[in-house]
Design a protein around this ligand. Structure first.
Ligand code: SF4
Ligand code: SF4
Length: 284
């Protein structure tokens, strides 16, 4: 898709535009390039994806059953909330390859990408909040991570479930969200009083196994006992994330792993046999 006529990220946002998700994706794409250069960060992200949910979508109330009984609603974060903007920042394949090749611990490049992406998500949210403030709308953001109950390991604002509601992708057997750009990357979201039009959700499963095809690549990658035939063992998964944090003790908190999403059929796009279906989210 051409970006020649894309709006500059410094211009005012237009919630009533014909395709606000694409407009925001274009802004984020340009913002990332400028931010990378400013901060001397190599090109570790592919083009961003954006999808928008209306704050009144009835699926939000389902999160109290599916995720946590005390999961927050958009209105809890921001009285008067009308929309939730979700975005996915996909990693370049080199990161997934390095992570897969790194043995039982995560690759150092993967851990560093996690830290840089958390900073980037905060910067994107600040940029979007500023743009929305210019048109007299309020926003509320939650951090990209570490917003969960450490005992229950349940998030009170699950970015991946919010992104699912917005139509950014579908869940894989590995419990990650599979987007049009795959699952290898990180999600962010913010709530706003601006009323953006929401898009539809994908109309079928992107995960091969969930679509009825043979695939257990992610399960085979997880040698830590978290993924298998039974329910996802979030405690075993979290132990491995903390193990990586100890391994990279010279870095700030890096509770990462990502082996189940690295170099599997859904890492960088919708797996081949489930392509050309549904709405994968706007990109540039
Ligand atoms: S690796 Fe295969 S089974 Fe696992 S989430 Fe991806 S497509 Fe689904
Ligand atoms: S992140 Fe690591 S420990 Fe958790 S499910 Fe994936 S491979 Fe297993």
């Amino acid at each position: 898709m051409s970006t020649a006529s894309a709006p500059d990220h410094r211009l005012p946002l237009n919630p009533a535009g014909p395709d606000p998700a694409t407009e925001i994706a274009q802004r984020i794409g340009r913002f990332i390039e400028a931010w990378r250069e400013q901060n001397g960060i190599p090109p570790i992200w592919r083009k961003p994806l954006v999808a928008i949910a209306t704050a009144s979508d009835p699926l939000f109330t389902e999160l109290r059953r599916a995720v946590a009984a005390d999961h927050l609603m958009p209105e809890d974060l921001l009285p008067g909330a009308r929309s939730v903007i979700t975005f996915f920042l996909p990693f370049v394949r080199e990161l997934g390859k390095a992570n897969q090749a790194a043995g039982s611990f995560a690759a150092r490049s993967w851990a560093e990408a996690y830290l840089a992406t958390n900073q980037l998500i905060a910067a994107i949210n600040a940029m979007l909040a500023e743009k929305l403030d210019e048109i007299n709308h309020r926003t509320a953001v939650t951090p990209a991570t570490h917003n969960f109950d450490e005992k229950r390991l349940l998030s009170r604002w699950s970015h991946k479930h919010i992104a699912y509601i917005a139509g950014l992708g579908t869940f894989g057997r590995h419990h990650l969200l599979i987007t049009a750009a795959g699952c290898c990357g990180r999600l962010g979201s913010l709530v706003t009083t601006a009323a953006f039009a929401a898009g539809p959700r994908p109309n079928r499963e992107y995960c091969l196994a969930r679509a009825g095809h043979r695939c257990s690549a992610c399960v085979q990658r997880c040698v830590y006992g978290a993924l298998g035939d039974g329910p996802f063992d979030r405690h075993k998964c979290y132990q491995q994330l903390l193990s990586n944090d100890r391994h990279f003790s010279e870095l700030p908190l890096v509770d990462v792993c990502g082996k189940c999403g690295s170099e599997v059929p859904c890492s960088y796009g919708i797996p081949a046999s489930s392509e050309k279906t549904g709405r994968p989210g706007a990109t540039v």
